[in-house]
Design a protein. Structure first.
Length: 173
């Protein structure tokens, strides 16, 4: 019997601000069978992709990204918010609804030519994933894809990432 992973994700209305329905993945993380199924589903499209590295987006992308990297037998690098990484970084800024945000990766984290999979929990407007993809390219990496647990299809993130394969375990229309 396959698990219905949607039953392990809670909708939290108006968090962190009014109008946002936050996808709370903590019940899924807390259940060993659901966590296992989620990681296996994230990995499934990439078993033959000959990846070299997983890049996980702060912060919930760290949780799934390291599990995916471990399962696929490759390394992991964190893509962090500005000012968190201690050595030289590449950085990319992108627009948020109000203001902007910056993501960074260590300049020596991605070997030129490395095949990189970007992992996060939720794909919404795609701005965060697009900035991460730009960091991978700026590092000389080759983008193998973007893998997310939940894709909020109505926000059009996939279109923003056109040219990069996107896989999602669950979709919300
Ligand atoms: P975006 O850049 O709009 O695609 O937003 C994606 C980032 O914001 C991801 O790192 C998610 O963790 C987080 N995020 C966006 N929308 C939600 C949501 N409804 N529930 C949980 N996390 C979200």
């Amino acid at each position: 019997m396959t698990l219905d992973l949607t039953t392990y994700i809670r909708d939290v209305p108006d968090f962190p601000e009014p109008g946002i329905v936050f996808k709370d993945i903590t019940p899924l993380l807390g259940d060993p069978a659901a966590l296992e199924a989620a990681v296996m589903a994230l990995c499934s499209p990439y078993r033959e992709a000959r990846l070299d590295l997983v890049a996980g987006i702060e912060s919930r992308g760290f949780i799934f990204g390291t599990a995916v990297a471990r399962e696929l037998g490759v390394g992991f690098t964190p893509v962090r918010k500005a000012g968190k990484l201690p050595r030289d970084t590449h950085e990319v800024s992108y627009d948020l609804e109000y203001g902007s945000a910056t993501l960074e990766v260590h300049t020596d984290a991605i070997t030129p030519g490395a095949r990189v999979l970007v992992v996060d929990d939720v794909l919404a407007t795609g701005g965060t994933a697009a900035a991460t993809c730009e960091l991978v390219k700026r590092s000389g990496g080759v983008l193998s894809g973007v893998a997310v647990l939940i894709e909020l299809v109505f926000l059009g993130g996939r279109q923003r990432l056109s040219g990069t394969p996107v896989s999602s375990v669950l979709t919300v229309s």
